[in-house]
Design a protein around this ligand. Structure first.
Ligand SMILES: Cc1cc2nc3c(=O)[nH]c(=O)nc-3n(C[C@H](O)[C@H](O)[C@H](O)COP(=O)(O)OP(=O)(O)OC[C@H]3O[C@@H](n4cnc5c(N)ncnc54)[C@H](O)[C@@H]3O)c2cc1C
Length: 310
């Protein structure tokens, strides 16, 4: 059962908001989420990144937090990201950063959000680093693309974003962003979206995914293919081999805690591979999205839970 299992995804994404479910999850909290989260502090996360780097795996660090309620929270996250960029530079680890626009205040005040993200991107530019703006659900798609384009127009080109293959609009968004030289991570899409705006069938999502990957690789745009799906990974490997596209022209990306053996193997095979490493205390929404994506993830956690009870 993959992303196409509508019932599974819908049920988990729905129960995720129920207080009792939240309570149960938080009571097992840290220990369960630890499978997908690198720790609560910056130091813990940087230790994990060092270990990944030793295996030839690069990282992108995500200080967890989204859907904030007040702008001072956004300012605090901005400051955390500034510290994170400094931490990466001091420890000399191979990592960039990923952040969520709602964490920086997009839903509350787009102007303040812009200014917060610009501060982070400027800090990263000073340290020759890169900022990835994660893509959230459709209320924020246009605003996120606008924000990234505006930063590029200001000369801040060390920032990129994400395109979700499940959205119909991605076929129109991709060519323009490519022309403008925006660095993109390509994904299937993680949120519950309606059939008015998004493909629902696994086969359609995969076709759309392959279509945008192909477009990027053909145009020679450095891109990130973020997936754990063997079919897509093998398809990319074959495609680049037949077209003579060098391995350094793109990277694979996977999430921390998922398929770590595959990540290490790709590094050994000479592919660029980057692990998305979340850390921090606000792990709950991230954790439930991971469980909603795949029954295997839930099973893994349930097994862990029974081990904890013993
Ligand atoms: C680095 C990264 C960043 C992301 N950023 C965003 C973002 O900004 N916005 C967004 O909406 N989404 C994001 N996503 C999530 C993405 O959209 C998908 O929801 C998620 O990656 C699940 O799709 P998948 O292609 O990995 O594989 P799935 O569709 O979950 O699985 C397909 C197949 O892959 C194989 N597989 C997958 N996982 C496993 C496993 N654990 N063990 C064994 N086999 C497995 C199985 O064969 C499975 O049938 C990101 C994902 C990654 C990896």
């Amino acid at each position: 059962m993959g992303i196409g299992s509508k019932w599974y995804r819908k049920s988990l994404l729905t129960v995720a908001g129920i207080p009792l479910v939240e309570k149960l999850s938080t009571s097992y909290g840290k220990r369960l989420a630890r499978r997908f989260i690198a720790g609560e502090t910056l130091d813990e996360a940087l230790n994990e990144v060092e270990a990944l780097n030793r295996l030839g795996i690069m990282a992108t660090l995500d200080h967890l937090g989204e859907g904030i309620r007040r702008l001072d929270e956004a300012a605090a996250y901005r400051d955390q990201y500034v510290k994170l960029i400094e931490g990466i530079a001091e420890r000399k680890v191979r990592s960039n950063v990923s952040l969520k626009p709602t964490q920086m205040g997009l839903a509350l005040n787009p102007a303040v959000c812009y200014s917060n993200i610009r501060d982070v991107v400027k800090q990263a530019r000073g340290r020759r680093n890169f900022v990835r703006i994660d893509m959230e659900n459709t209320p924020y798609t246009q605003a996120t693309l606008d924000l990234v384009r505006r930063l590029h127009k200001e000369g801040l080109t060390n920032v990129g974003t994400v395109l979700q293959a499940y959205l119909f609009r991605t076929a129109q968004d991709a060519p323009g962003l490519l022309r403008e030289g925006v660095n993109l991570r390509l994904v299937k899409g993680a949120y519950k979206e309606s059939e008015d705006v998004a493909f629902q069938k696994t086969s359609e999502i995969k076709d759309s995914f392959k279509g945008i990957i192909k477009l990027h690789l053909e145009r020679g745009a450095y891109t990130a293919v973020a997936t754990h799906d063997d079919e897509i990974i093998n398809w990319v490997k074959t495609y680049v081999r037949t077209k003579g596209i060098p391995k350094r022209a793109f990277e694979f990306q996977m999430l921390y805690g998922l398929r770590m053996n595959v990540q290490a193997r790709l590094a050994k095979e000479g592919y660029r591979i980057r692990c998305y490493v979340p850390y921090g205390v606000m792990w709950y929404p991230y954790f439930t999205r991971r469980l909603a994506e795949k029954p295997a993830n839930l099973m893994m956690v349930l097994k862990h839970m029974s081990a904890l009870k013993r």
